[in-house]
Design a protein around this ligand. Sequence first.
Ligand SMILES: Cc1ncc(COP(=O)(O)O)c(C=O)c1O
Length: 395
Amino acid sequence: MTTLFDRDRASILNTYSRLPIEIQRGEGVYLIDTDGRRYLDFFGGLAVNSLGYGYPSVLQAVLKQINAYMHLSNLFPQLPQIELAERLCARSGFDKVYFANSGAETMEAAFKLVRRWSATRGKNEIIAFSDAFHGRTMAGLSMMDSIKYREGYGPFLEGCRTLPYNDTKALRDAVGTKTAAVVLECIQGEGGVMPLDPAFAAELVALRDHFGFLIIDDEIQTGMGRTGKFLAAEHYDLSPDIVTLAKSLGGGLPLGAVLVRDALADVFGPGGHGSTFGGNPVACAAGIAVIDALETGVMENARLSGAQLHMGLLDLKTQFPMHISDIRGRGCMQGIVCTQPARPVLEHCLRNGFLVNVTRDRVIRLLPPLIITEQNIETALMHLRNAFADWQLPV
Ligand SMILES: Cc1ncc(COP(=O)(O)O)c(C=O)c1O
């Protein structure tokens, strides 16, 4: 019999390693496969499904907007876009928003904005960091150094270089009057749930204030309350000039946003940048419902539950010191750093109804929905305990 996986392989370009389960539907913090098995989902659509599945107010907002109109064109002002932009600015302290469809597109927009802004200022260098992930466009890849993502795609865009992350001396030596922008994640997600060092952040801000470059804060994975604050930058004294959001912004629909302050609001000008679908009204209506949910308890839950999860993981580390070397992260973005490639843990969890992700080979990345309960966390820790107990390390 032809399976879903056979048809998938036969018809879709082979750019993803698929997980070996056939999902039928989602329900709250669970995914349910075609055999009716339930999976506690700490994979979270890679940080998209921050309210789990079927969150009533998001569904209602989407249905209401679908009935009004699904698409006009960006040549019309659209209430869902305006309301979402107002809400994003009110929450973040930024002044203006550009809407895109994905994370990579927001980074592309931020890159182009920096290029235009810097062209008249004699600045031409964009600095990024090792192991960062900023999306798969050529601009995104130009701001990354991982061979895995870049191999075969050069030449990359001029004027970009990467420095070691959290290395204050390297940063001090590299920036100057030619620096147009520094781009970073407050917690590198694909890079192994690696948090920004507060001393490094403070030095970056001091250098920005001295040389007048822009700080681009990629909050595509860390933003929208995931770390317990609306932006992860709020855990630091970072005051970025440009913030990019995507992933959970559209409540499961494709949506990205670039936030800027008034000082940068006129860089593009009419026709300077654009997208047919950017800021789709249905996705924006969902985004407003996501922000409503964050503001009525979900973000606070991410903070409290995230702290509980973190404590539980620290406990796990003391139980399995040969397997686990570090626990990193904040809120509902946690990483278990393993001493060996961690695929066996992922597979054990999957077999037992618990979904996690592994990044950089050895880091088990947990991206649960921000609505998880104490009970969900206990269950997750039980699955992890069982998986580590069964994991025979190579001698
Ligand atoms: C920090 C960060 N930036 C950019 C991106 C790219 O976003 P997208 O896959 O929506 O293009 C991702 C996706 O994982 C990300 O985690």
